[in-house]
Design a protein around this ligand. Structure first.
Ligand code: GDP
Ligand code: MG
Length: 194
C-alpha cells in the first residue's frame, strides 16, 4: 500500500533551452493563463510556485526560469541544485534550437543528481515547423525523455504538460521510504535550524 500525501512539499523543476524558444511564455501561460506576445519576457523572480492536482494528491511545483542566463550555458547549472525534474525546450520553427536542446540534455545529465525526470518540449507548434519533428520525437524516445509539443501562444498542451510533470513528480512524494521516515517533516526541520 502506498502512503498518502499528508503534507505538501515543493518540488523544484527547472526550465531550460536556448534563448527565445518560449520558456518564460510557457510558464506564464500555465501560471497566469496569459500569453505575452511582446518583447522577450522575463519572470523577474527566480521562480514561481504553482499547485497541480495529481492522482496521488496535490503537488507544489517550484518552477525555475532563467532570465537571460541561458545565453551562457555554463551559468545555468548553478540553478540545478535540488531539482527533481527538467523541462528542456526547443522552438519547432528553429532547427538550431533543437540542436541546442541536445546540448542542454548533456548538461543536465552531467550536472544534475542521479536520474532526473526530463521532459523534452517542442514549443511554438502554432507556427510552421522548420524540420521534421519526427526527428525530435525519435530522439526523445531513444533518450528516454517524455516528449511534448506545445504552444504558449494558443495554450495547446500547456496544461497537459504540467499535469504530466505533476504526475511524474508525485511518485517521488509517495514512494515508500525505508523505515517509514517522514522525509518532508525532517526537511522542514533542517530548514529552520540552519
Ligand atoms: P525565452 O527566452 O525562452 O524565455 O522565450 P520567451 O518566452 O521570452 O519568448 C520568446 C519569443 O517567442 C516571444 O516573442 C514570444 O512571444 C514568442 N513565443 C513564445 N512562445 C510562443 C509560441 O508558442 N508560439 C509563438 N508563435 N510564439 C511564441
Ligand atoms: Mg525567458
Amino acid at each position: 500500500t502506498q502512503p498518502s500525501i499528508t503534507e505538501e512539499s515543493k518540488q523544484k523543476v527547472v526550465i531550460i533551452g536556448a534563448a527565445s524558444v518560449g520558456k518564460t511564455c510557457i510558464i506564464q501561460k500555465f501560471t497566469k493563463g496569459v500569453f505575452n506576445n511582446g518583447e522577450e519576457s522575463t519572470i523577474g523572480a527566480a521562480f514561481v510556485v504553482n499547485r497541480v492536482e495529481t492522482s496521488r494528491g496535490p503537488v507544489i511545483l517550484n518552477l525555475w526560469d532563467t532570465a537571460g542566463q541561458e545565453r551562457y550555458k555554463s551559468l545555468v547549472p548553478r540553478y540545478f541544485k535540488g531539482a527533481v525534474a527538467y523541462i528542456i525546450v526547443f522552438d519547432v520553427s528553429e532547427r538550431a534550437s533543437f540542436d541546442d536542446a541536445k546540448d542542454w540534455l548533456e548538461i543536465v545529465r552531467n550536472e544534475s543528481g542521479a536520474n532526473p525526470i526530463i521532459f523534452f518540449v517542442g514549443n511554438k507548434i502554432d507556427i510552421q515547423p522548420d524540420f521534421d519533428l519526427k526527428e525530435a520525437s525519435d530522439f526523445a524516445q531513444e533518450q528516454g525523455l517524455t516528449y511534448w509539443t506545445t504552444s504558449a501562444a494558443t495554450g495547446e498542451n500547456i496544461k497537459q504538460l504540467f499535469e504530466d510533470i505533476g504526475e511524474r513528480v508525485s511518485v517521488l512524494q509517495t514512494a515508500p521510504q525505508s523505515g517509514g521516515i517522514n522525509l518532508v517533516g525532517e526537511h522542514e526541520q533542517k530548514k529552520s535550524c540552519c
